[in-house]
Design a protein around this ligand. Sequence first.
Ligand code: GLV
Ligand code: MN
Ligand code: MN
Length: 414
Amino acid sequence: MSTETSSAAFDRMWTDLEPVGRAGSGGYRRFAWTREDHTLREWFAGECAARGLDLVEDRMGNQWAWWGDPDAAPRQGIAIGSHLDSVPDGGAYDGPLGVVSALAVVDALRAQGRSPGRPLAVVNFVDEEGARFGVACAGSRVITGAMTRERALGLTDADGTSMAEALRAAGRDPEGIGPDPETLRRVGAFVELHVEQGRGLVDLDLPVAVASDIWPHGRWRFDFPGEANHAGTTRLEDRRDAMLGYADLVLTARHVATQQGCVATVGKVAVEPGGVNAIPSHVTGWLDSRGADPEAVRATVAELTARAADFGATVTEESWTPSTAFDTALSDRLRHTLGSATELSVPVLGTGAGHDAGILATAGVPSAMLFVRNPTGVSHSPAEHAERDDCHAGVEALTACVADLVGGAPDAGS
Ligand code: GLV
Ligand code: MN
Ligand code: MN
């Protein structure tokens, strides 16, 4: 299999994306419906146009670029891709690796002279990380109906801008968003390639894995009340300091998660009024908890909720995603294809990270994932990495899988 053309295309596209939304930390700030997001969407549209793909947006603005007619018959399309947005100071690979690899797969199939027997889409999902509005996988949740239009439009960012306002500011019609069965009817299978976000592959010394499942996970908002007052003149016994309940939450989360065998993280906090010399009148902390066992996660959150009540806190569940198993037949087929195409052993790994592929799987779209080795094992950080040879191996692996799924003979002699 020749990947020379697609490797060069991968490298060029990676260089194109490098400066977009890069922060001083070396990480990326690419949030939904911002200028950076617009630049990335335009870049994606340009790459699709250069390949002669037919770009359509669904009712949430996810971009689908089709090679072949997706409406010729229902559920015939094979979709590949991921997302281009990031967490605050995120790595370069979480999301973009899947999109860039998918575009490179189109080049590789073309280099083989292959005309797919089934339509093929490259997809860029919008707002996968939920970094701006708080709910991850907003793009896939809305089109599948997992999140209602009303809920999505009412979400607000840190500045109080609602998603409805952000969509309007980006030149879009917020009233138009909603479930999109027509888009989903086109898709017979979705395969998302993603950088691995742990040490599974580096420990096994292998470049590519197939995913088995996603842990159940959720996000909860804890609001602690207090009373603003002077940090120097207010006696300790007279204070109502909202920060104390928050501090208790952070430390107890670690303790309870350890006992329950799951993970819990408070990664975001907002303090009012936010003055060094003022006692906090209100603290909001966001808890993220996940684990193999949903009962352990639920028990962790229940214990933290009960404890936070002692501090007068209110707790709101912002999202809950049950455990998701990927399609076994599709995943086995990918493993089988990779086994014969690459002679590599291809491990099967579970993950604690959420993905649009999980949302689609829950909505009944046969979905699977490929992971590419991350030598640092670090993700959601500038230290996230994949060696270029492994990126190319990922493209080669995805090309083999897609060639098998879409069929269509390569040109004789290619
Ligand atoms: C997304 O990457 C998540 O797992 O939160
Ligand atoms: Mn992520
Ligand atoms: Mn991702």
